[in-house]
Design a protein around this ligand. Structure first.
Ligand SMILES: [Fe+2]
Length: 159
């Protein structure tokens, strides 16, 4: 092997191993295994009575009274996942938001540092005019950095 061929081979080998190392490092911090189809739509439990493992970790579980008095405060608790979703640097819940019917009520933003569990508690008051039919839907959305948007909902009576 002449000097020129040796230098070319060594340079290409170094570049290739450098690129492979960077791809491996990027894969550690920004996993590429995310299923992009989960980001194309809002995901829901197909059969709430028998959820898949993915659904068990992502469908928001909403705890709220079945009936509330108009104008009175009550608590809505949200937990992301029947099986609590992880909160690590490569896989976490980015936000949890609550809608009262079609109206956005609020949102909790979470960081991937593992300090907080993917849970939120909202104190809600629904005026009579917001529930003309005597009921309202509490709609919760959450976004996982790897598994997209997920929705859970519950209807409550407003008397
Ligand atoms: Fe996830």
């Amino acid at each position: 092997m002449d000097r020129r061929t040796f230098l070319k081979t060594a340079a290409l080998g170094t570049m290739a191993s450098g690129i492979a190392g960077r791809v491996a490092a990027a894969g550690q911090y920004f996993p590429v295994q995310a299923d992009q189809s989960l980001f194309a739509t809002i995901n829901r439990a197909k059969n709430p009575a028998k959820m898949s493992p993915l659904e068990q970790k992502h469908v928001p579980i909403i705890t709220a009274p079945k009936s509330v008095a108009a104008g009175a405060s009550f608590t809505v608790e949200v937990t992301v996942g029947e099986v609590l979703h992880p909160m690590g640097p490569t896989h976490w819940i980015e936000h949890i938001s609550l809608n009262i019917g079609n109206e956005p009520a609020g949102q909790l933003t979470l960081q991937p540092r593992g300090f907080l569990a993917p849970k939120a508690t909202f104190t809600v008051t629904i005026p009579k005019e917001a529930a003309p039919a005597g009921k309202v839907t509490l709609l919760v959305h959450e976004r996982c950095n790897l598994h997209g948007y997920w929705e859970g909902s519950v209807d409550i009576a407003v008397v």
